[in-house]
Design a protein around this ligand. Sequence first.
Ligand code: SME
Length: 159
Amino acid sequence: MTHTDYSLLARQLEALLDGRDWLTNSAQTCAFIMQQVPDLNWVGFYLQRQPELLTLGPFQGKPACNPIPFSKGVCGAAGRSRQTQRIDDVHAIADHIACDAASNAELVVPILCGEALWGVLDVDSPLRGRFSAADQEGLEALVEVFVRSSELPDLPLAW
Ligand code: SME
């Protein structure tokens, strides 16, 4: 499995996110991850702009499914459980939502703003079993850098 130096990536991302605007920072974060983490075909944000519904935000990759309710898919599971979902083979997940036929593995990290679920970061790979526990920890750390660096608007969301 590919070794990625996530602590170096966290420092680089921190330097890249030099303003507090969440829109700029979310766009930069997914572009940065797509460039720096090998073997990915889709990286993007889904935002909770209405209760229990995930709306597509900035992303890199093919046009994607929108919106995603909390009741469906790997993103929905991350939203309702607030737990990272690390899936070796998406085809083994009955309600997986296939946006890009190239995707075989998926990691979805919930993003919290205080008590509220603000959104999720969704990362897809064409390689089965692509995401190790170390990748999960590293990508969660990159999400933490994004949250720390950004002014996240509260729910209810008038934006
Ligand atoms: N596969 C996701 C849907 C989002 S796309 O992968 C971009 C899911 O099952 O929630």
